[in-house]
Design a protein around this ligand. Sequence first.
Ligand code: P6P
Length: 337
Amino acid sequence: MSGKGVTLPRHLLQTQRAQGEASGEFTALLTQISLACKVIAREIGRAALAGTLGATGTVNVQGEQVKKLDLLANGIMVDALEESGLVCTLVSEEMDEPLHFGKACERAKYVVCFDPVDGSSNIDINGVVGTIFSIRRRTGQGPEHVAADLLQRGTAQVAAGYAMYGPSTVFVYTGGDGVNGFTLDPTIGEFLLSHEGIRIPGRGKTYSVNEGHVHRWDPQTRRLVEHLRTADRATGRPYSLRYVGSLVADLHRTLLEGAIYLYPAEGDGAKPPAGKLRLLYEAAPLGFVAEQAGGRASTGAERILEVQPTSPHQRVPLLIGSPEDVALAEEFHQGKR
Ligand code: P6P
């Protein structure tokens, strides 16, 4: 699937020209995000030697342990996006409030939502982690644009993707015209096209979920997982369980091999069941990528890209992957099986 040395900037320019996008600002923004991901990859690669592993001792707006690399990567993304001059507002998992670049807001066209290091619980054990980003266009000028800009449905995304820091560093994105993957060639510091036109298989052979949480699931989710685990040669079951605990790693495998990743609503009896994953900078961007690769992304009840956000750090349940597998999961979720 090699792209014969096509760099990300060259691919962006070719795609933009084909789509008649003359401004070059979209290309510049994606290139700037990819630069930030290269710097994050470098920091992750040397963290054990630079003393940047481990936790900061603080918790984020989600109440989760913040790792040193979470903050380092967040700063790298903020600096890169501010330097671009193309972004008005940022939403990050690591920032309680949206960040507005006052001067840039006078002319910048874009809003970027991102998770600088997703799966950071894997960092200290040298596991795979990733950066997830989502790009939307601003809807208006002036202070009232904040809510309108940030709380747009996933269908308003103009681009989305992720970097995956694994045995190789991969950059996967969609601009609404299919999904392409690039692999970092560290000898030249460029992302080269390596996975052109990614298409997800109609169904897979694995399911990806944290089975240790089975006691928090609703009965429909338990029945779905039991169904997937039950041997039935005619329907290619049982599926195998694959769960990294890093959404980008689990999604990337699902995208390339087919299958389903699910993080269902979880309840502990005290509070109503709720999702864990964040809509603006996890579910919506990956849902855009999945759909553009021929897959699906759902809360179980509705298409992820149609969910109307109500707050920047809103969480949702997520079923994402092969269209047939997600459709099956929805049937269980909706009590049709
Ligand atoms: P659990 C990481 O915190 C994350 O947001 C995703 O990357 C990952 O899939 C999920 O949460 C893991 O959550 O509850 O299984 O540890």
